[in-house]
Design a protein around this ligand. Structure first.
Ligand code: AMP
Length: 282
């Protein structure tokens, strides 16, 4: 899965990105985090970015594009990634399109977290308080003055990306004013609906279907053994899938292969489809 999370400071991009990382085992690429690390270790990029970041302005496009380009080449990217805080300008988005094209990577979606601006200051204040309570170093750009500059930058430079990605049919908007839990659920729901992730029951059901199909082409003892495996997998998925696999199993065991194939194909594919359709409708 390859995603971009879009939203103003305090929208919850970092929090949601971490939840997606945990759920799908993909990598979070936060340009803000990378830049803060560069500042802390005083690399040439860090030295260049330090004052700009402290003022709430944006670091030049070439710098962040360079960072992202290098990072996308790392082997751990192959399972997928979430871009958090990048792109932030239209030229960055265009450069990303080029990079992805060159690297033959397809972007699944851009998830926009939409929030009321009036809530953002409160959220950032809460973040600061929580960081202090944990004994962590507070970001120097998390002050009311710098935040208002970061918000102004978001409005003028980053918000045009909503149109950019909507035109390219990549944009999915989520109400970021809901609770963290609700936002997570909503993101997962829409990602399932567009087929970026498998609905919970689909993967095991598909496994069962494959096994049942395989069984249908076999005879005798081997068929019974493979069928048993199919039933087990299907049970873990959904009950109807399990029934289908059982039917396929008994058919493969007793009678010829044609009927078994038909039964396995007909019934095991239903539950997963139903889930997807229903979710997509909602
Ligand atoms: P963030 O942690 O995403 O809020 O980013 C913190 C700061 O890092 C921003 O205010 C910018 O100064 C800088 N920064 C992060 N990402 C980018 C980007 N994509 N383009 C330009 N500057 C960025």
């Amino acid at each position: 899965m390859r995603l971009i999370l879009l939203g103003p400071p305090g929208a919850g991009k970092g929090t949601q990105a971490q939840r997606l990382v945990q759920k799908y085992g993909i990598i979070q690429l936060s340009t803000g985090e990378m830049l803060r690390a560069a500042v802390a270790s005083q690399t040439p990029v860090g030295l260049q970015a330090k004052d700009i970041m402290a003022s709430g302005a944006l670091v030049p496009d070439e710098i962040v594009i360079g960072i992202i380009s290098d990072r996308l080449d790392q082997p751990d990217m192959k399972n997928g990634f979430i871009l958090d805080g990048f792109p932030r300008t239209v030229p960055q988005a265009a450069a990303l399109d080029e990079l992805l094209k060159k690297k033959h990577i397809k972007l699944d979606a851009v998830v926009e977290l939409r929030v009321n601006e009036s809530a953002l200051l409160d959220r950032v204040e809460t973040r600061v308080a929580e960081m202090r309570a944990r004994g962590e170093e507070v970001r120097i750009d998390d002050t009311p003055e710098v935040l208002s500059k970061r918000l102004a930058n978001y409005r003028s430079l980053t918000e045009p990306l909503i149109h950019y990605y909507s035109e390219r049919r990549k944009l999915l908007t989520v109400d970021g004013m809901m609770t963290i839990e609700h936002v997570t659920r909503e993101i997962n729901r829409i990602l399932s609906a567009i087929g970026a992730v498998e609905p919970r029951a689909a993967a095991p059901a598909r496994k069962a279907r494959g096994a049942a199909r395989k069984t249908a082409g076999l005879t005798g003892k081997k068929a019974a053994k493979t069928a048993k495996k199919a039933v087990k997998t299907a049970r873990k998925a959904t009950k109807p899938a399990s029934r289908a696999a059982s039917k396929a199993a008994s058919l493969a065991k007793g009678r010829g292969t044609a009927k078994a194939k038909k039964a396995a194909k007909k019934t095991t594919s239903r539950p997963a489809k139903k889930v997807t359709k229903k979710r997509a409708k909602r």
